[in-house]
Write a protein that binds this ligand. Structure first.
Ligand code: SF4
Length: 290
């Protein structure tokens, strides 16, 4: 839990603060940008929330912070912020909140489908979230984009009995018993609206999940960059091979989608034609960054 004695000096005076345990995962900054910003490789409060909505978003960031690094000097009822998750992004696709430190604060997603709900990567296994997922029908499938964002996968599997899906090249001691390993580089249909697309590069077994030709869950393969103003990949955090990552991104050009929903980095949404142009732009940047 955040402690006032560790309050970072950059924080604006007032109720909300970030303490020195922040791991700079970026979650609070994209969830509540009106309150949180970056200072010297950590988050801090740049404006105390003034509106009801800003206050609500700041509390949602507080409960999602993987390291409990956000605190308040006043007492607040956090129940509404907890109950706000999973937080709807669009249609039947939700952000789970409750990020886990063991996946460095990566975002998890939930798809509420009649043919079986899907959890994409692993949030913290915490009972308020678990109860909400139960109320939405549980989890039938857990898709793990790559080895770094698996966090509490086993607890979700044991609680919901969900089938875990992950590329076999990223399996390790903690994930060796994954029920459905994906092999090779060809896409694999999990259902008529769910397609696993192997995208090695960030790791050997990275894979994206395309839902309904509309939502692309990218893990740490691609994300939107606020500072660059385009889709990019993590050149400085490419653990396997950049040239392979670029080739994997070229493969995505044959698919159409409107949303890029990453584990780290920012999400983005464009109409399909514009998204195709954005992907081309990202590919030009990636080739130059080789
Ligand atoms: S969510 Fe927590 S760990 Fe992540 S940047 Fe914000 S304060 Fe730091």
């Amino acid at each position: 839990m955040a402690h006032p004695s560790r309050r970072l000096s950059h924080n604006a005076l007032g109720d909300f603060y970030v303490d020195s345990s922040c791991i700079d995962c970026d979650t609070c900054r994209w969830m509540a940008p009106e309150t949180f910003t970056e200072r010297e490789d950590q988050a801090s409060v740049h404006h105390q929330p003034e509106t009801e909505e800003a206050h609500r978003r700041a509390l949602m960031a507080l409960v999602s912070c993987p390291t409990g690094s956000i605190g308040t000097t006043e007492k607040h009822d956090s129940a509404p912020a907890i109950e706000a998750f999973p937080d709807r992004i669009h249609d039947d696709v939700f952000h789970t909140g409750f990020h886990s430190e063991s996946s460095f604060g990566a975002a998890g997603y939930f798809i509420a489908r009649e043919r079986g709900n899907v959890l994409v990567d692993s949030p913290r296994f915490t009972m308020p979230l678990v109860r909400r997922l139960e109320a939405l029908g549980g989890v039938a499938t857990m898709f793990l984009t790559h080895r770094d964002d698996v966090a509490d996968h086993r607890k979700f599997h044991e609680h919901f009995g969900c089938e875990r899906v992950m590329h076999e090249r990223d399996l390790g001691p903690a994930t060796r018993d994954t029920e459905r390993p994906i092999e090779g580089d060809d896409p694999v249909a999990l259902d008529e609206d769910l397609l696993v697309i192997p995208t090695p590069g960030h790791t050997r077994g990275s894979a994206c999940l395309l839902y309904r030709d509309e939502f692309l869950f990218t893990g740490d393969h691609l994300a939107w960059s606020e500072s660059r103003g385009h889709i990019y990949a993590f050149r400085g955090a490419c653990w396997y091979d950049w040239a392979t990552l670029v080739r994997s991104s070229e493969k995505l050009a044959v698919y159409s989608f409107e949303w890029v929903l990453p584990g780290h980095g920012r999400r983005c949404h464009f109409p399909k034609q514009r998204m195709a142009q954005e992907l081309e732009r990202a590919l030009r940047w990636m080739r130059d960054a080789a």
